[in-house]
Design a protein around this ligand. Structure first.
Ligand SMILES: O=C(O)CCC(=O)C(=O)O
Ligand SMILES: [Fe+2]
Length: 285
């Protein structure tokens, strides 16, 4: 049912500008609700302004509804200091949301992470359409996962990430360390899980959808190995201690990214993926 009430021109303009700026219909409805609009009335107003039936509005609001969990706060330039460690937020992109962090980890933290990961490396896997881990030719590196809070160093890094992004430690998947040799890469992909995939329900049953990623570089490859965002033509240089943060909603195709092939030397990274709901049963610390 469409609204037969007169719609104030300012409200009409606001709905149009907000949706054109990329905000979801769901978000528009939430904001209207917050300002005191009756939900049924606001649905009918939004449908009228966007010239669509209210039933079509439902299709727009269904996807966001399943991912109403927490969101990360994006690192703020120019500089952040957390627990005595200062680092620059040296590059910011808004679409996709990307932040480059210089010296997020100390050289010593990088070295220790590599040493602790080395004996536990295995061929890195991806998640198949049934939700199972699989060996994948698109991802040829070796990797391992640390448990949440498994050592004082891991705890310290997880606490730094949680404070920086204003999200509890238990929203994080275990820190993954990856090792790439010359020729190895991680082909373009999204970190969010595709709701169309049959395995989606299983992968998101715990923790819900992924909402952000932090890729930390543990060494500087001699050549190659940057992280590319092809939709914006950006390649972040892999530099020991620096990191790239990116955040996304489900379906955000601008967040496409790739670990470019290492052409000389090797590459070590640690990745932290964040979920919209708590992912850990009982995080330590
Ligand atoms: O290797 C990289 O630079 C990117 C890694 C990545 O995309 C991931 O771990 O999800
Ligand atoms: Fe990724």
């Amino acid at each position: 049912m469409k609204s037969h009430l007169p719609i104030r021109p300012e409200l009409r303009d606001w709905i149009l500008t907000t949706t054109r700026a990329g905000h979801s219909v769901d978000e528009v409805l939430r904001l209207m609700h917050e300002t005191g609009y009756d939900p049924r009335q606001s649905r009918s107003i939004v449908a009228t302004v966007l010239n669509m039936p209210v039933s079509a509005l439902d299709a727009h609001t269904q996807a966001p509804k399943v991912q109403q969990g927490r969101r990360t706060r994006h690192p703020e330039p120019p500089r952040m200091t957390i627990d005595g460690r200062s680092f620059n937020v040296s590059t910011c992109i808004e679409r996709p949301i990307v932040r480059v962090l210089d010296d997020f980890l100390s050289a010593d933290e990088c070295d220790v992470l590599i040493e602790q990961a080395k004996p536990r490396l295995q061929r890195a896997k991806t998640v198949d359409s049934g939700g199972k881990q699989q060996i994948d030719a698109r991802r040829t590196s070796e990797g391992m996962f640390f448990g949440i809070g498994e050592s004082p160093l891991i705890k310290r890094i997880e606490a730094r990430i949680a404070t920086m992004l204003s999200i509890p430690v238990d929203h994080g998947e275990g820190l993954q360390v990856l090792h790439y040799l010359p020729g190895q890469q991680y082909e373009p992909h999204y970190d969010w899980f595709d709701p169309e995939q049959p395995g989606f329900a299983a992968i998101t049953a715990k923790g819900g959808q992924r909402i952000a990623s932090l890729v930390m570089y543990l060494n500087t490859p001699d050549s190659g190995g940057g992280t590319a965002f092809p939709e914006v033509g950006l390649t972040v240089t892999a530099l020991r201690g620096s990191a790239v943060y990116f955040a996304y909603d489900t379906g955000d195709t601008s967040s496409l990214h790739a670990g470019l092939p290492v052409t000389k030397g090797e590459k070590w990274i640690a990745t932290k993926w964040l979920r919209e709901w708590p992912f850990q049963v009982s995080p330590q610390g």
